[in-house]
Write a protein that binds this ligand. Structure first.
Ligand code: ZN
Ligand code: ZN
Length: 566
């Protein structure tokens, strides 16, 4: 729900970019602004690898928000005053991204005000975990920083309590669900302190921190029975959030309508594939006339082919080198063999929203490992829940998931973003470009013949349908008031998702807004760009991919303007 930290660049020097007159000035301004931003948001600083802020916790207090507001308002006119015509194209992109970021931040502070209604927005665990588990200093130094940070936890939770006014039930329940994860990170920190011989001295700090977590828990439980605010954003906030987060040329309404239309095209092609597969699976049984029923039966039958529950994480680990080999063999784009991708079980505090995801080092720590976090199908799930998830991530879909998350999806994109000569884009990456690329990567792999079979084509259709369905669901739920039963029907009967997947998506659409539209929005803009460039002589797919990724995680709208030229 907060800004994602994206991978970033290796070095500060920007040779060749600063030739225009105002060029050097805008680069220096951006660096200045970013440094000052870290001062008022040490959580974001740690998230991108600035461990010199490890000892300082930013309290979610009104004073802190005022400091942030003043900073943003003072910088807005300074960037506005830089004339775009004096900048290089990459600097113009940076300037637009910074302006959008500042306006978005101010809007979040004063209009969206999530800090007042989302108790899960106040969660210190991720930074604690990162400070402890990143090798940025000897363990005793990390423990010292954590000790300073943890001393401020009672004040942190007090500020959080004072900030909360009109909470939603859904976000309050999420916060309650994540609190045990906060405690378990604190436990790890405490045992690290014991290992470096500081157990006795630091004991009161951990005790006070634990008491603060319990106090927050008790407070949230008191708020829960009277939580009245709707989790639905409503049309005005939704359009505004879409404008700030997605940075598309289209409005939310236009994107919703386009998704409805594309969804229909995908359903028609899935109906054809299902009719081809039907006789092999059901012999002489006549297929249902209703296309949802026909597609659904075929998918259901094929979904029995899946990996064993306890092999889920291992199987994902085993597929990564196979995807790398395919991308090299088909010459789709250049992969960097020197960057390690570590597949691991998702840390406990991070579980609860998504099942799998890439966690990249920030732009200040390019040497660190990128993690592919996978939530294992462990005892937290009943046998029925695990089976449901395994059928969802069956033999074919699991491969598409790995394409999306890892290669050549998010992981590959992040490696390229790390090389883009812009700290601005590395830090304030555009989510729709990032998700759009991953969705585009799936399609590009299928086009290259990866896993080619009628089964793969049908399953890809089902997966691809998700990005359209996500957009439709998000808009209908937040703007048009769609109810749970209708949402589950859209997901299960009309998009062939299992009960488990549909329930998780229903949960996610209640806890987030607009993020679910980023997949389709970014994808549709990348496809439109490729179609325009394909019409030109000398188009080469590999060169298109590498050039597209070379700009870093900028909005597709800005990349397209560069690639299409004047
Ligand atoms: Zn099974
Ligand atoms: Zn993704």
């Amino acid at each position: 729900m907060r800004r994602r930290s994206l991978g970033g660049l290796a070095l500060v020097g920007l040779p060749g970019l600063a030739s225009a007159k105002e060029g050097p000035r805008v680069d220096a301004l951006a660096e200045d602004f970013i440094e000052q931003l870290w001062q008022v948001d040490t959580e974001a600083a740690v998230a991108v690898g600035r461990f010199d802020f490890a000892a300082r916790l930013t309290l979610p207090s009104a004073e802190q928000r005022e400091r942030r507001r003043r900073l943003l308002k003072s910088w807005l006119p300074r960037f506005e005053a830089v004339a775009p015509s004096t900048l290089t194209p990459l600097q113009r992109m940076d300037r637009e991204i910074l302006l959008a970021q500042i306006r978005s931040d101010l809007w979040q502070l004063d209009e969206l005000r999530e800090w007042a209604w989302n108790p899960a927005a106040h969660n210190p665990a991720s930074a604690l975990d990162k400070i402890l588990h990143t090798d940025w200093a000897p363990v005793h130094e990390r423990v010292n920083a954590l000790q300073q940070r943890a001393k401020q936890l009672p004040a942190y939770y007090q500020a959080a309590r004072q900030s909360l006014a009109d909470v939603t039930r859904e976000h309050t329940e999420l916060a309650l669900q994540q609190l045990p994860g906060v405690l378990s990170v604190l436990e790890e920190v405490e045992s690290a302190a014991q290992q470096v011989g500081q157990g006795a001295i630091t004991q009161p700090i951990w005790n006070a921190a634990r008491a603060a977590v319990s106090g927050y828990e008790a407070h949230l439980k008191r708020l829960l029975p009277t939580a009245r605010r709707s989790f639905r954003l409503g049309g005005a906030l939704y359009e505004a959030k879409f404008r700030h987060d997605i940075q598309s040329t289209r409005s939310a309404r236009e994107t919703y309508e386009l998704a409805l239309q594309r969804r229909e095209e995908v359903l028609a092609s899935m109906a054809r594939e299902a009719s081809v597969l039907w006789p092999q699976l059901f012999a002489s049984e006549p297929p249902p006339a209703d296309r949802f029923a026909r597609i659904g039966r075929v998918i259901d039958q094929l979904s029995t082919r899946h990996v064993a529950r306890e092999r889920f994480v291992d199987e994902i680990r085993a597929q990564i080198p196979q995807l790398e080999a395919w991308v090299r063999e088909k010459d789709l784009l250049t992969l960097d063999p020197s960057k390690p991708l570590v597949v691991r079980e998702t840390p406990e505090y991070g579980r609860g929203v998504a099942g799998a995801g890439i966690e990249a080092p920030g732009p200040y720590r390019p040497q660190d490992a990128t993690y592919y976090n996978v939530t294992p199908l462990d005892d937290a799930l009943s046998p029925e829940q695990a089976e449901s998830q395994l059928r969802e991530y069956n033999q074919w879909i699991l491969q598409i998931l790995n394409i999306h998350e890892a290669i050549p999806g998010h992981y590959t994109q992040l490696i390229y973003a790390n090389r883009a000569p812009s700290r601005v884009k590395a830090l304030f990456g555009n989510g729709a470009m990032v998700e759009g690329w991953a969705v585009y990567a799936e399609r590009m792999m299928i086009e290259s013949g990866y896993g080619d079979s009628p089964e793969m084509r049908l399953m890809y259709g089902k997966w691809h349908l998700r990005s359209f369905t996500n957009t439709v669901l998000d808009y209908r739920v937040h703007v048009l008031g769609m109810k749970e039963a209708e949402a589950l029907d859209l997901l299960q009967r009309q998009a062939f998702q299992t009960a488990q997947e549909a329930r998780e998506k229903w949960r996610r659409v209640q806890l987030t807004a607009v993020q679910l539209t980023s997949y389709f929005s970014g994808y549709s803009e990348i496809m439109a760009l490729r179609e325009q460039l394909q019409a030109r002589p000398g188009f080469a797919l590999k060169a298109f991919h590498e050039q597209f990724l070379s700009y870093g995680s900028a909005p597709v709208r800005l990349i397209a303007a560069e690639m299409l030229g004047p």
